[in-house]
Design a protein around this ligand. Structure first.
Ligand SMILES: N[C@@H](CCC(=O)N[C@@H](CS)C(=O)NCC(=O)O)C(=O)O
Length: 362
């Protein structure tokens, strides 16, 4: 048996896993996550409704794209999406976090503001592919409510919408300028950072029609990168830039992480610590630990605090804290240059881990 990826074309994190597996040249079959597959496979194996899910050749279940990628990196041969260079690896992990948990905001905003009908149809096409078109739309609309309903929790409201768009457009322009010089974030080989960005940029912001038009207009090289990262013509190909260098054109994007996402991560950490104090006997974390105010483009809004982003942050910090000597000096220099020096002394405490596909205190 080869790998099976339970996934769907419309799903953000499915694009991340699919693009990675293709580049890694791993034999896999994609199984559409229709309603029956959720009931018969995903729920019994994972315990909650989520995609993508990887079933390995020896029938293990892996969920969460970071765990999927790490599992395959460990088991399969060939070049890695993790650079050997410690500074490049740091940048790649930061950009995975930035794609997974920050660009998610623009992806959700654009899908549900400009592509709503398309998305309803896609939800129906996924869940009930055999029903007539109108019935698929109706069913899709009912199933999509939960996703559309998450917008205010992500801080997406009429008040923040213009700032979310301005921030996303600035990101697109910066990434487009970078891609004028490099095929991927760190050279001619995609890294874990590319696949982190591919999640929000492919399924939502490239594939949703109105968003795709916008991307082609503002940042045609990003649209081209989406095609190359999602469906590589040459698996396992390419090299990272020599000497552990960070391309100059990547610095503006890393600065966006520091300015926009890092304050949210700091608040989330404080909130985790408060939650632990308030719930001394609970090991499993809820999806949300509370609410806080975040700022985008100078506009302040309430949003929920999702402790999951701290598990992603812990991946970055574990790598950072493993560095010594000259590697550490170079990594700290990059963090100061991008305005993320707060990461240097940050610790996710208490530590988090994933157990039975849930986030728990380690
Ligand atoms: N961090 C996870 C997120 C997976 C995820 O959120 N998938 C979405 C679809 S793209 C989903 O199924 N969400 C259901 C939910 O969050 O309740 C990953 O990287 O796999």
């Amino acid at each position: 048996m080869s790998y099976q990826l339970i996934a769907a074309p419309l799903s953000l994190y499915s694009g991340k896993a699919r693009g990675y597996l293709r580049w890694k040249n791993v034999g896999f079959t994609e199984v559409l996550s229709n309603a029956e597959v959720y009931k018969d496979v995903i729920l019994p194996r994972v315990g909650w409704p989520v995609i993508p899910v990887l079933i390995t050749p020896d029938d293990q279940t892996v969920q969460d794209t970071s765990d999927i990628i790490d599992y395959v990196e460990k088991c399969e041969p060939g070049p890695s999406v993790y650079p050997d260079g410690p500074v490049q690896k740091l940048a790649a992990l930061i950009l995975e976090l930035f794609g997974d948990e920050w660009l998610l905001i623009s992806a959700m905003h654009y899908r549900w503001t400009y592509n709503e009908d398309f998305a309803y149809q896609e939800f129906g096409n996924t869940a009930f592919p055999d029903l007539p078109k109108e019935e698929r739309y109706k069913q899709g609309k009912a199933r999509a409510e939960r996703f559309k309903g998450s917008l205010p929790f992500l801080g997406i409201t009429p008040k923040t919408a213009p700032a979310i768009e301005a921030s996303y457009e600035a990101f697109l322009r910066a990434f487009d300028a970078h891609l004028a010089k490099h095929d991927f974030l760190l050279g001619s080989r995609p890294s874990i950072g590319d696949f982190g960005l591919l999640g929000p940029l492919y399924a939502h912001n490239y594939r949703d029609p109105a968003s795709g038009d916008k991307m082609e207009k503002i940042a045609p090289r990003v649209a081209d990168w989406c095609r190359r990262a999602h469906a590589p013509q040459h698996a396992l190909a390419g090299e990272f830039v020599a000497d552990d260098q960070i391309p100059d054109t990547l610095v503006p994007i890393l600065k966006m992480f520091a300015q926009e996402q890092l304050p949210i991560l700091k608040d989330s950490l404080a909130d985790l610590q408060k939650w632990v104090d308030d719930n001394p006997d609970t090991k499993e974390l809820p999806r949300l630990t509370g609410f806080h105010k975040y700022t985008i483009g100078g506009v302040e809004e309430d949003r929920a605090v999702f402790p999951f982003c701290l598990w992603m942050l812990q991946r970055v910090l574990d790598h950072l804290q493993s560095l010594t000597g000259e590697d550490q000096t170079k990594a700290h220099k990059l963090l100061r240059e991008i305005g993320a020096e707060d990461l240097i002394n940050m610790k996710v405490e208490p530590r988090l881990k994933r157990e039975n596909f849930k986030l728990v205190l380690a």
